[in-house]
Design a protein around this ligand. Structure first.
Ligand code: B12
Length: 184
């Protein structure tokens, strides 16, 4: 398969189990947000990609994954924790049915890599040390399924990572005032 030099990257934040304790419905209402957990891992990874790779974020806790998002994507990046596992698996199946390569990262695949055997790339641990190698490997048309390891606890300083791509967050959905940006 020929790979785009500057792939369109679709970040997908899977739906949390709706019955979990951590919904904060009332707090969200007070803060004017629709969901309590912003996709911090995904926006961090977005900040590590080359600036000229187009990116989109779909947070399934607050919006639908549209067919046109998948049509647009050359590469799908999914990340989350255990209570998102069920939906993550669903999203991976949807993306792969459209022949989109999937990168899975975050705490759940780090703890349970075997659960995500079907994806093309599993990124275990912190992304900061891995993404440069991943970007270099992109374009190699022979790659097969791979597991890329980072080290938990060796995160470089924020200013060396490109920072969070806070601009990807929709301030109507998350209380991003607490992430360093006002809502006006
Ligand atoms: C803050 C936090 C919470 C907050 C969430 C607040 C919020 N707004 O998001 C609260 C208190 C709500 C919470 C609750 C829970 N949490 Co919690 N939480 C954390 C904590 C301390 C930090 C998470 C975080 O935001 N980190 C900052 C971001 C930038 O880091 P990150 O998401 O890990 O992303 C990095 C990498 O993982 C990777 N990455 C992430 N996604 C992707 C995607 C791709 C494609 C790639 C390449 C890389 C990648 O790159 C990123 C940069 O290095 C972690 C422990 C930790 N120190 O990591 C536990 C942790 C995520 N929580 C955990 C758990 C179990 C829970 C609960 C289920 C606890 C419970 N028993 O109820 C609940 C569930 C919440 C729910 N909604 O249902 C576990 C998850 C384990 C797992 N196997 O998934 C962790 C790892 C703690 C632990 N050691 O057990 N949590």
């Amino acid at each position: 398969m020929t790979r785009a030099t500057r792939p369109n990257v679709l970040f997908i934040h899977p739906r949390f189990n709706p019955n979990a304790y951590w919904n904060y419905h009332e707090t969200c209402a007070v803060a004017g947000a629709r969901y309590s957990a912003a996709p911090l891992g995904l926006i961090t990874v977005a900040g590590l990609l080359p600036a000229d790779w187009p990116v989109r974020l779909v947070d399934r806790n607050v919006e639908d994954l549209r067919d046109e998002d998948l049509t647009w994507a050359d590469l799908v990046m999914v990340g989350g924790m255990m209570p998102q596992q069920q939906d993550a698996k669903r999203v991976i199946a949807i993306a792969q049915a459209r022949h989109k390569p999937v990168v899975m990262g975050g705490p759940d695949v780090t703890a349970s890599p075997a659960v995500y055997q079907e994806v093309e790339f599993r990124v275990l641990g912190e992304a900061e040390e891995i993404m440069a190698g991943f970007i270099a490997a992109w374009g190699n048309e022979c790659w097969t399924r791979e597991v890329l390891h980072g080290q938990k606890g060796s995160t470089p300083p924020h200013e060396e990572t490109g920072g969070h791509s806070i601009r990807l967050l929709d301030h109507r959905h998350h209380p991003i005032r607490h992430l360093g940006r006002s809502q006006d």
